[in-house]
Ligand binder design. Structure first.
Ligand code: FAD
Length: 259
C-alpha cells in the first residue's frame, strides 16, 4: 500500500518584497496544523510544477477563525529555480499552490542553557522563528548578501553577528567560534557542502554528542559539482548495524556522494 503525504491546497493572499533577495508570501491554508517545532517546514509545489521545494514556516496565524490558518513563508530569490521564478512574479496573489504537512527537526536537550544558531539567507526564517520562540540566551551568525537589507529581520532579543556573503564563510566562521560554557544547543542550516564540513568539525574536533546539535543542508550549489549517484540503502544498513547515529550515517553518505 502506498501512503501519500498529506497535502493542502493553499491560496496566495499576499506577496511582499522584504529585500531584493527575499520575498514574503502569505498563504491561506484551510486545515493546516502546526507541529509547534520552531524550524518546521513544508513542501511547496507552485502552479504548473509537480516537484516540491522546502520552505520554513516563518510564522502562522490561526486567529482568522477555525480552519483558516495563515502561513507565512519567506522565499529566497536566487539566480534561477522553480520556486524562485514563481516567487519573483508580482502577479502570484490569488494563485493556488500545494503544500505538504509540516515537519520539524529542532530538538534542544532539556538541560540546554543557551542556543547558537548559524545560517545563510535560506536559514534566516527558521533562525528568526527559533529566536522569537525561545527564552534561552541566543547568539546568531547570519551570512547574507547585503547586511543592511535585513537588519531588522531577526528579533532584538538575540545577539546577532551579520556576515556579508552567500553562505560560503559559515564553516570557517563556526570553526573559529568561542563556545559558551555549559550545556547548550547548536542549530545550523545552509548550503550542503558547508554543512558537511561543520558536521565533521562538531563530531571530530568538538566531539559533541549528536543530541547537542542539528545541522541541515538546505540547498545544494551546482557550481562545479558533478554529483555521484550513491545508493543510500547499503550505507544506512551498514551504519545501523555498526550502531552509528543518524548524523554519522548522513555524514558517511555525504562523503560517499562527494568522493
Ligand atoms: C528544511 C528546509 C527548509 C528550508 N527553508 C527555506 C526557507 O525558508 N526559505 C528559502 O528561501 N529556502 C529554504 N530552503 C531552501 C530551498 O528549499 C532551496 O534553496 C530550493 O532549492 C529553492 O528552490 P528553487 O526552485 O528556487 O531552486 P531549484 O530549482 O531547487 O534550484 C535551481 C538552481 O539554483 C541553485 N540554488 C538552489 N537554492 C539556492 C540558493 N538558496 N541560493 C543560490 N542558489 C541556489 C541550485 O543549485 C540549482 O542550480 C529550505 C530547505 C530545507 C531542506
Amino acid at each position: 500500500m502506498s501512503v501519500r503525504a498529506e497535502q493542502y491546497d493553499a491560496e496566495v493572499i499576499s506577496r511582499e518584497e522584504l529585500s531584493p533577495h527575499l520575498v514574503r508570501v502569505v498563504l491561506h491554508v484551510p486545515g493546516f496544523v502546526s507541529t509547534g517545532v520552531p524550524d518546521e517546514w513544508v513542501g511547496l509545489v507552485v502552479p504548473g510544477q509537480f516537484q516540491s521545494r522546502y520552505y520554513t514556516v516563518r510564522s502562522y496565524d490561526a486567529s482568522p477563525g477555525p480552519g483558516h490558518t495563515r502561513l507565512t513563508l519567506d522565499i529566497v530569490v536566487h539566480a534561477t529555480g522553480l520556486v524562485t521564478e514563481w516567487a519573483a512574479r508580482s502577479e502570484i496573489v490569488g494563485e493556488t499552490v500545494t503544500i505538504t504537512a509540516p515537519k520539524g527537526s529542532f530538538e534542544q536537550p532539556p538541560g540546554a542553557q543557551w542556543l547558537m544558531l548559524v545560517g545563510d539567507l535560506t536559514a534566516l526564517p527558521a533562525m528568526a522563528r527559533i529566536a522569537s520562540e525561545t527564552t534561552l540566551p541566543t547568539r546568531i551568525w547570519a551570512e547574507v548578501p547585503d547586511v543592511d537589507e535585513l537588519a531588522d529581520y531577526l528579533p532584538g532579543s538575540a545577539d546577532v553577528t551579520w556576515l556579508a556573503g552567500h553562505g560560503d564563510q559559515l564553516a570557517a566562521t563556526v570553526e573559529g567560534l568561542a563556545w559558551p560554557e555549559g550545556e547548550g544547543y547548536f542549530w545550523m542550516a545552509g548550503e550542503s557542502a558547508q554543512m558537511r564540513a561543520i558536521r565533521k568539525h562538531l563530531m571530530r574536533e568538538r566531539r559533541l554528542p549528536s543530541h547537542a546539535y542539528d545541522v541541515m543542508g538546505y540547498w545544494r550549489s551546482s557550481v562545479g559539482r558533478q554529483p555521484r549517484k550513491v545508493d543510500p540503502g547499503p550505507i544506512y544498513r551498514a551504519g545501523k548495524a555498526a550502531g552509528l547515529t543518524d548524523e554519522q550515517i548522513w555524514q558517511n553518505y555525504d562523503e560517499a556522494a562527494d568522493t
